[in-house]
Design a binder for this molecule. Structure first.
Ligand code: AMP
Length: 421
């Protein structure tokens, strides 16, 4: 026997309940986003490394430490750590924003070389949405409203809190940046190593540091809100007013800068207290400068990304069960003679209903066939013996509820099954 090849660290095989709960989260996002008129875009899993280092920023962990990078013959390629940079690239490449204001959404695997633990994987799933061409904050509020609708549909509203902040426009950010550099230079030696490096590249990111000592220093750092100019302040005020009008509760967190470098104006994060250290379920904001930074025409944009795995875990944590998808109906001929008829019954049922219909295969005695029906997880067995085959009938046996078996003409099958569920 050859050696087994074990699963790669941080990767998962997903099936049964775990997959079912991920699919529920994704499908509620899909339905909700499409109900708001957002259009699906399917993006590649691999891009040039330069797209991420320019678009997300060298000072982020996601780019500087966590990318899965491979060197192709002539260039460096990486598995995507997030979706926004690719989405912006796609919009620029196809000129989708010329005379148009695309609202796009995506879902798919993202890859980050992080230390795996519950809620943190090396391959995980995100759903994201991006709206191009709007100055906001109307669209920023819509994005939050969409996610709020999803929380409601998934029954997790009470478990998730929303934090917001404003990073201001470029002028405000630069003034704040100067103030931060002055402040952090004064205590450079007390900062952790990463923060010292960030002081050169992007001092704003120091506010994001997880290092305890640095966090104490950050507590006294200059507040962005004191550096917002009139335009930035108006934008943020209106953003907050619009959220309040929708009845969406948001807490302002002046230290919220998001892990990625490209944000401007309103930024937001959704957190839960139910998942320990992996408390962040999603985030987003406005990134008016990104299109230009990636070589496109200037174009305001805003978006969000949600960690699907964490939302699924959260639902499990609060006791919301998602049954695995099993066949609804198991069709079994009691002997090989009736197999042809059983196949016809199954085909007919598939054509006339939306039931998942599995047919018994592999032969065996009648008892073994019944056991296989039960093991399949189906809720209904359609039993076909010689009599049923001769009379164009089927016997219906309910496997999960206490109900008497009945025999009906095959033409009545869909209605009988539908009314019995
Ligand atoms: P980010 O792109 O860093 O803002 O991440 C958006 C969301 O993706 C986060 O809020 C998490 O819910 C999720 N996420 C980020 N990294 C991971 C990971 N390694 N494993 C699972 N989920 C993640």
């Amino acid at each position: 026997m050859s050696d087994r090849s074990p699963l790669v660290r941080g990767m998962r095989d997903l099936y049964a309940e775990e997959l079912a709960s991920i699919r529920i989260v994704e499908s509620v996002f899909r339905d909700t986003l499409e109900s708001y008129g957002y259009e699906l875009i399917r993006l590649p899993t691999m891009e040039r490394t330069a797209l991420f280092s320019r678009g997300i920023g060298e000072s982020t962990d996601a780019v500087s430490k966590e990318m899965f990078t491979l060197d192709d013959e002539t260039e460096s390629l990486s598995l995507r750590p997030e979706g926004t940079a690719s989405c912006v690239r796609a919009v620029i490449d196809a000129n989708l924003y010329r005379g148009n204001q695309p609202k796009l959404w995506y879902v798919g695997s993202m890859f980050r070389h992080e230390r795996p633990q519950l809620g943190r994987y090396r391959e995980f799933f995100q759903v994201g949405a991006e709206a191009f061409g709007f100055n906001g904050p109307d669209v920023d509020t819509e994005l939050i409203r969409i996610v709020q609708d999803v929380w409601e549909r998934l029954d997790v509203t009470n478990e998730i809190t929303l934090e917001i902040n404003s990073l201001g426009n470029t002028a405000s950010r630069l003034r704040h940046r100067d103030a931060l550099v002055d402040y952090f230079e004064g205590c450079r030696d007390d900062l952790d190593e990463d923060s010292q490096r960030r002081l050169e590249i992007n001092p704003l990111r120091i506010l994001d540091s997880k290092n305890e000592r640095t966090q104490e220093i950050v507590e006294r750092a200059p507040n962005m809100s004191d550096y917002l100019d009139d335009e930035s302040r108006r934008h943020f005020d209106e953003f907050q007013e619009r959220l309040a009008r929708l009845g969406i509760h948001a807490t302002v967190n002046h230290r919220l800068v998001r892990g990625l470098d490209y944000y401007t104006h309103g930024v937001f994060e959704w957190n839960t207290a139910r998942l320990g250290a992996q408390k962040q379920v999603g985030g987003g904001g406005r990134y008016d400068g990104l299109c230009e930074l990636l070589g496109g025409a200037p174009c305001p944009a805003a978006g969000f990304a949600i960690g699907v795995d964490r939302v699924a875990l959260l639902r499990k944590e609060i006791g919301l069960k998602t049954p695995a998808s099993t066949p609804d109906v198991y069709v079994l001929a009691l002997s090989d003679e009736e197999e042809e008829y059983a196949l016809q019954v199954a085909s007919q049922l598939r054509e006339t209903s939306s039931f998942g219909v599995r047919v018994h295969q592999g032969g065996g005695k009648a008892k073994a066939r019944m056991r296989a029906a039960d093991r399949s997880g189906a809720s209904i067995a359609l039993i076909i013996g010689a009599q049923e085959a001769a009379d164009n009938q089927v016997s219906i046996k309910w496997l999960r509820i206490n109900r008497e078996q009945v025999t009906v003409p095959v033409t009545d099958l869909p209605t009988t099954l539908l009314t019995s569920n």
